[in-house]
Design a protein around this ligand. Structure first.
Ligand code: MN
Length: 253
């Protein structure tokens, strides 16, 4: 991350001058560049205040979700790895991809809490206040073409995504994933905190959190309402950056 990219963010956020003052370090983290990828893991600061995603996601939900739920996944992941120094230099995506090599005693903890950590890190990084970085807008260029060719139209894709998230039984995630190489897109749901990294050849363009803790205070049992409203804070610019990374062989966390 350099100054030019920070400035670009500022320009993209024209009309919301305060965004630059919020947390420039957090902006870097939100792009996935600076967050620690190895043990000990720590909570990535957000690129926006907890109330910035109102009215789609209320401030209290954001605050609890970020500082309590996500922090707990990180604390539990660090605790599981504490006595296993051989894994301290292993990036989190490699830990999940190579889960079978993790000792059985901590394998479930790494799967659940490591998955919880990467899922939430991705989740914060693809959201922006409505209107900022094309949040609530429409994808452009190659990303738009990929969605249209795979799903027919953006609206058809959104309907299928919301339907998949609504039908997911219990707690879990709904993702739009890309197959690196072909960039073929598909919708994937995973139970609990299972990460897309658990299977080879998967990379997430974005995902939405279908745990009740993500929406219950405002939407109660109406998960579909939450999923539909969430398009208002999904930054298609952030998704396009991940699309580009995957296309060029990098796997965004
Ligand atoms: Mn969550």
């Amino acid at each position: 991350m350099n100054r030019r990219r920070l400035l670009r963010f500022g320009i993209a956020a024209a009309g919301s001058a305060a965004i630059q003052a919020w947390n420039p370090a957090g902006i870097r983290t939100a792009r996935g560049a600076d967050a620690p990828l190895v043990y000990p893991f720590s909570l990535p600061p957000l690129a926006y205040p907890h109330d910035a995603l109102e009215p789609v996601i209320d401030a209290q939900t954001m605050q609890i979700h970020h500082t309590k739920h996500h922090q707990a996944y990180i604390d539990n992941l660090n605790a599981a790895l504490k006595d296993h120094p051989r894994f301290h230099g292993v990036p989190i995506d490699s830990l999940l991809r190579g889960l079978k090599d993790v000792p059985e005693a901590i394998r479930t903890a790494v799967r659940n809490h490591g998955g919880g950590h990467v899922n939430h890190q991705m989740f914060w990084s693809v959201m922006r206040p409505p209107g900022v970085e094309n949040a609530g807008g429409e994808p452009q260029g190659e990303l738009a073409e990929a969605i249209n060719s795979q799903f027919g139209s953006l609206e058809q894709f959104k309907t299928a995504f919301v339907q998949a998230g609504t039908r997911l039984f219990g707690s879990g995630w709904v993702f739009l994933i890309a197959e690196p190489g072909t960039m073929k897109l598909s919708i994937l749901t995973t139970p609990n905190q299972d990460s897309v990294f658990l299977e080879p050849g998967r990379a997430a363009l974005f995902g939405n959190d279908c745990w009740e803790h993500a929406y219950y205070l405002k939407y109660q049992n109406r998960r579909a309402d939450y999923l539909n409203a969430w398009w208002g804070v999904l930054s298609w610019d952030a998704v396009a950056r991940r699309f580009e990374q995957i296309k060029t062989g990098k796997s965004p966390i």
